[in-house]
Each structure stands twice: as C-alpha cells, then as structure tokens.
Design a protein around this ligand. Structure first.
Ligand code: GLN
Length: 470
C-alpha cells in the first residue's frame, strides 16, 4: 500500500478510484501483522473495520461520505469504545467491556473514520516510556531497541510505522507530545476544555486532554475539527475553538518567546539544542521575532505536576476495588478482596503514584504539599498568560532528550524530570503542539513545541505549517 502523509491525499485518491477504504484497511492490517514486534496495537478490529470500509466506499460513490472518510485511526487503550475492551493497559481492567463510547470516538465514527483497534500505552497513562504496560513495552519504529516515549507510545509508534493513518492519544503531562517527538510525528495537546473527556479513563482530571497524533499538521486540523466542541457529558468541556484568521505570512511578523532557562538547561541533549537554535535562526530570517524571556518557575513545574496529578489519581483510581468492574481477587471477605485486588491488579508505577497522592492529600501534609502545589499551579498559569499577552507563542524543545534504550533502567525521579518541558501547558491549560524538526545522527528527530493562547489551535497549526516546518 502507498504510504500517505495526509488525509487530503487519501481522499483525493479515493475520489479518483485509485484506492478504496477496504484496501486501506487491509493495507494497515497487513502492516500491523508485519510489525507485530513493535507491540503498538493491543488488538485490531479486523472484520468490523473491513465491513465499515465497504459501507464507506459505497457512501463515497454516492457522495454521502463524512468529513473523515478514508481515515483509518487507532485509539489509545484508555479511551472507551462501546462493546469493546478498554483497559488502560492495566490488569485491574482486564475483561472490561465498555458499555458506551467516548464522545471523541462517537464523533470520529459519525464522520466516517474507521477505528482500526486499540493501542498500547503506559498503565493509566502514567509514564513516559510505554514500559509500564500489562501488555509489555512498545518499540520505537525508528530503532526497535529504543522506547517510543509514553504514555501514548503505541499511538505514536503506530502512526510512524504506518500501522494506521493517525491515532488518538491523551496528554496529562506530555503523553501526546513526548512520544510524538520520540517517533518523529506531530502531536497536539488541545486547550484544556476543548475536547470532551467523556469516556476517557481518568488519570488526573484537571489535566487530561485527548488529542491527535499524525504525520501532518493538516491532519491534526481535520481530526481536531471533528473531535472538539461542547459536550453535555463533560462539564469542563467548553468547546469552542477560535475561528481561523486568514493566515498570511507577510501580513504580520509572529512574536515567539523563548524561555531562557530552557535553552540553558544543563541536561539538554546537544543535538536538540543545536537544531532548536537553527530553528530560531530560520524564524528570524523569515522576518519574525524571537525574544528570550525568563521562566523562573521552571524548577517548580515537575514537583507541582507530580503532587497534583498523583493526588487526583489517588482519588480517580479509588473506584477500582474489585467490586464494580474488571479484575477481582477473593470473594469471602470484603476488606481482603479490595486489598488483594488492588495489590495485584495495579502495576508498580500506578501504586507508587496512588501512595504519593494519598500522602500529599493526608491530614497534616495537605497544606504543606497539595495546597502549596495548587498555589504554584496558579502562579504558573498567570505567568504563562502574561507571556502570551506580549508574545504570540512560547517556543521550546518538546523534550530535553532523545529516546533511550528499552533495557536502560532509569529511576522514577529521573524519568519524572524528563517531563520538564511538557508539563507547563498541562498545569496552565494552554494548547501545545509538538513538531518534528530535523534528523539526528541516530536517525531520531529533534522536536519543538509551540504553546499558544487558549483555544488558538487553528492559528497555531498555521504557524507550525508556515513558519516552523516550511
Ligand atoms: N510522563 C508524564 C507522567 O508520567 C506524562 C503522562 C501523561 O501525560 N499521561 O505523568
């Protein structure tokens, strides 16, 4: 099957009868089979996807197809799909079949996207390696000895390896952007409240957002257009995206703020640093403005993120008690049942976070940790808003480092610190897009991320296309 970089091209070929949806589905399924060793897909819905493809091919013939006809998409295993299994890569949800679909899934299907299957991830989206999965680690398609990033590692790897055209991931602290960077694809964390979280298995509800991972900026735009918008099932989803202004590169120079502390960050990879600095030169040469600003709270980002998200996780994950759904261990004694189910149903990293979250919320420590972290979150939000009043975008590398080997053991705190560039926009709620820049000597990609004003996604995508990638 031809390798398509954009849905636009697929739709052109569908119209010209050069390819059919059925051929696309079969092509991706054969790619999944060929690349089983990546371990990106947990499950594919072969027959269903083929049947759907035949129906959509017919709709195309009759000019009745939806906006996303021809899109074959994979969905992260923490997004529910009616009558399908969704487990958040956890033993505790083994055997769980969702009785309803996430709003995003319903909206994709309504516009004739074909759901190919569910994608591997870190358990409950906690991690940045995709090694914390009950289904085993995912390999990076660029080099299979390396991690694809996480937690949406299966999503990014599948898109890169052309196992599906695009994927949905979720981002609580970088889980769309960091794996996108590690695999050399595009990933958007939308503004908090743009995309409904209904049907997303919660990790930290005031941070979580669902977003697309794709091979082109244009595809992000098309998918976002369908999945975003107000939803009565999610009270935090206000929905409305700012309308696109007519983008003309020459009309107005764009102002980028570059956090000085990020560029001077000690542990940043030298190739990432060099490519980023080349990007700044390119931006300036196109007549735009690049200015260094200070982000004094940089050192507080990771601690605040891990205190607040683990606190929310300890509350969100309290529902997995062996009674309501999923895995159950024991039957005679209630306390034993809950204890055994949770002890053996959750993986190490998830338990570590539940314990940490319970601790920071406990009497005596609540003020010292949880409340303090909330205050820091408030300051970060204010500071980011201030920066984005003066500048159009913040621009920084997506991750300080390139992918590392799957068998390299990194301590939890070392891994947490790798999130330093991504968590700011989750703490503040701003949208952020990861864009692949250049090949590194090991054939990975350096990536940069834009952080824009709330609901400015459309303009941000245009800036990515016109200023960063071209
Ligand atoms: N790496 C971060 C974490 O482990 C991000 C997770 C996410 O965005 N879901 O919490």
């Amino acid at each position: 099957m031809k390798h398509y970089n954009s849905l636009k091209k697929i739709q052109q070929d569908l119209k010209l009868n050069k390819i059919t949806c059925l051929e696309l589905v079969n092509g991706y399924l054969s790619n999944v089979a060929k690349h089983k060793d990546l371990n990106a897909f947990i499950e594919t819905y072969d027959v269903e996807a083929q049947e759907k493809a035949i129906i959509i091919d017919d709709k195309i013939k009759n000019n009745k197809a939806g906006k996303l006809a021809g899109l074959v998409i994979g969905v992260k295993d923490n997004i529910c799909y009616k009558n399908h299994s969704s487990t958040a890569a956890s033993k505790i949800l083994k055997g769980y079949n969702s009785p309803y679909s996430a709003t995003v899934v319903e909206r994709l299907i309504r516009e004739d996207a074909i759901i190919l299957g569910r994608l591997n991830c870190d358990e409950f989206a906690m991690g940045s390696t995709n090694k914390n999965s009950i289904y085993g680690p995912v390999a990076n398609p660029i080099n299979k000895e390396y991690v694809p990033g996480g937690s949406s590692g299966g999503s990014a790897a599948a898109v890169k390896a052309n196992l599906c055209h695009a994927a949905l991931g979720t981002d609580t602290g970088g889980s769309i952007r960091q794996p996108s960077a590690f695999c050399g694809v595009y990933g958007l964390k939308p503004t908090y409240g743009l995309v409904s979280r209904h049907g997303l298995i919660a990790y930290a509800s005031s941070f979580d957002q669902i977003g697309p991972i794709t091979k082109s900026v244009d595809d992000i735009d098309k998918i976002l257009d369908v999945i975003s918008g107000k939803d009565d099932f999610d009270g935090t989803c206000v929905g409305n995206i700012t309308l696109r202004k007519n983008y003309q590169e020459s009309s107005k120079p764009t102002k980028f703020a570059i956090p000085k502390e990020v560029v001077d960050f000690k542990e940043i990879n030298i190739e990432i640093k060099t490519h980023f600095s080349n990007l700044l030169d390119k931006i300036v040469s196109k007549g735009h403005t690049v200015e260094y600003i200070n982000l004094p709270l940089l050192d507080y980002l990771v601690p605040a993120y891990y205190i607040l998200t683990t606190a929310e996780a300890s509350s969100n994950l309290a529902r997995y008690d062996g009674i309501k759904y999923g895995y159950r261990e024991g039957k005679d004694n209630l306390e034993e049942l809950i204890k055994n189910t949770r002890t053996n149903g959750f993986g190490r990293e998830v338990k570590r976070r539940i314990l940490l979250g319970t601790f920071v919320l406990s009497q005596g420590y609540y003020d010292a940790y949880y409340i303090k972290a909330q205050k820091i979150r408030h300051l970060i939000k204010k500071q980011t808003e201030e920066i984005l009043k003066t500048y159009d975008y913040m621009l920084l590398p997506t991750s300080p480092n390139l992918p590392f080997k799957i068998n390299e053991d990194k301590s939890p705190t070392k891994l947490y610190n790798e999130d330093i560039f991504t968590v700011q926009s989750n703490l503040s709620g701003h949208p952020s897009l990861s864009i692949p820049l250049s090949l590194t000597k090991d054939k990975f990609f350096s990536s940069a991320q834009l952080i824009g004003n709330y609901f400015s996604e459309r303009e941000m995508l245009d800036v990515a296309n016109n200023i960063i990638t071209n």
